[in-house]
Design a protein around this ligand. Structure first.
Ligand SMILES: *Cc1c(COP(=O)(O)O)cnc(C)c1O
Length: 418
């Protein structure tokens, strides 16, 4: 159409900013454990005319006409989710992880009722009942934590708290948890008090799909996940369960919380799930863990204090207290060197959440670029050099590392870019 110009013509400002972000993503080492690179195929499916369509309801029961194609796309996404995770029911409509979790509350709790989740400072997510979240404001939250001596979730405390407080809903999983979640142990505790167990696998969904982390299926009543972290799909979320809870969850998502699903995202999720069902993805998931262990070892050998001493998954949480630098200035210096991380609280942090003691890193994105243990050791070396340089205000070293990072990123092109 003559008056339907390309983005670069219609809005050069935004087009240039998108191009700049693409260059930034290509030229930096993405160590943020909740981020990844989607494939070209996922990217393509996400940016389509499916964004034009309203589809309130579910396949076969919609409130708008014209669903001949959308019903097929959503059904494919659901069937693929069921096959990849081995679940009886899947809902692919939640807009993102936080609304997906809110749908779990909507399905099982009334306002004011009790939820138990891992506290934010111990690596839990805001939506597991933290005070500043709607889930903490509208429900009564009790929080378990990690043991100070091991940095691991304190299952004795989980059981004691559960028996004393008798929450109706228990969340397991988190956002800064470097160790395997013991789903059978949580299930036993939930069963003992008749609580609903929700496993939030937002961070580890790709590892679960690829067999690199135990699955919560058969233990959790409900499984919630984002689709854009280790699962390598577009920004979105899914809820999964046995047939028993299917209706309650579907009703909570729509009409309980949401209107029309984001059909372009649903298509991207379907493509990502197809990719996640391959042997190649299994190898990817295993490599993510191998790389995280290599990165953890590289850091530990350079004197870094790792929460829980290491990692079982894709994530490493570093307590910088012994290095005499806070998380924020370290993360900022690392970013100047082209190493993208996020500063994070560590368990029992004595500093404030906006200026905490730790840095959180992970290997999903670097593994998507095809990097391996040798590159992880190089990254650990740069990490150490930059942290020491930041303490001395040595910008020259940071600039030198920036150049070395560029040499490496040029050798490992990221999926979906360029
Ligand atoms: C990322 C995350 C979420 C929230 O996902 P958003 O898409 O950012 O809303 C929920 N739970 C856990 C454990 C997460 O890591």
């Amino acid at each position: 159409m003559a008056n339907d110009p390309a983005l670069s013509v219609a809005d050069p400002q935004i087009a240039e900013l998108i191009a700049a972000e693409e260059r930034r993503q290509a030229d930096t080492i993405k160590l943020i454990p909740s981020e990844n690179y989607v494939s070209k195929a996922v990217l393509e499916a996400t940016g389509t005319v499916l964004t034009n369509k309203y589809s309130e309801g579910y396949a076969g029961k919609r409130y708008y006409e014209g669903q001949q194609v959308i019903d097929q796309i959503e059904t494919l996404a659901i069937e693929r989710a069921k096959a990849v995770f081995g679940v009886e029911h899947a809902n692919v409509q939640p807009y993102s992880g936080s609304p997906a979790n809110l749908a779990i509350y909507m399905a099982f709790l009334s306002p004011g009722e009790k939820v138990m989740g891992l506290g934010l400072p111990s690596g839990g997510h805001l939506t597991h009942g933290w005070s500043v979240s709607a889930t903490g404001a509208w429900f009564t939250a009790v929080r378990y934590g990690v043991r100070q001596d091991t940095g691991r979730i304190d299952m004795d405390q989980v059981r004691d708290l559960a028996l004393a407080e008798r929450p109706k809903l228990i969340f397991c999983g988190g956002t800064a948890v470097p160790r395997t979640i013991d789903f059978p142990a949580f299930a036993e505790i939930a069963k003992e008090i008749g609580a609903v167990l929700a496993a939030d696998i937002a961070h580890i969904a790709g590892l679960v799909a690829g067999g690199a982390h135990p699955s919560p299926v058969g233990y959790a009543d409900v499984i919630s996940t984002t689709t854009h972290k280790t699962l390598r799909g577009p920004r979105g979320a899914m809820l999964m369960s046995t047939e028993e809870h299917a209706k309650a969850l579907d009703k909570a998502v729509f009409p309980g919380l949401q209107g029309g699903p984001h059909n372009h995202t649903t298509a991207g999720i379907a493509v990502a799930l197809k990719e996640a069902s391959t042997d190649e993805f299994k190898a990817y998931a295993a490599q993510v863990v191998t790389n995280a262990k290599a990165l953890a070892e590289g850091l530990a050998s350079r004197g870094f204090d790792l929460v829980s001493g290491g990692t079982d998954n894709h994530l490493v949480l570093i307590d910088l207290t012994n290095k005499d630098i806070a998380g924020k200035p370290a993360a900022q210096a690392l970013d100047r060197a082209g190493l993208e991380t996020n500063y994070n609280s560590v368990p029992f942090d004595t500093r404030k959440p906006f200026d905490p003691s730790g840095v959180r890193i992970g290997t999903p994105a670097v593994t998507s670029r095809g990097m391996g243990p040798a590159e992880m050791d190089a990254i650990a070396g740069w990490f150490d050099e930059v942290v020491e340089a930041a303490k001395k205000g040595d910008e020259q070293t940071i600039e030198r590392v920036r150049k070395e990072v560029l040499d490496l990123t040029a050798q490992f092109p990221a999926p979906g870019l360029g």
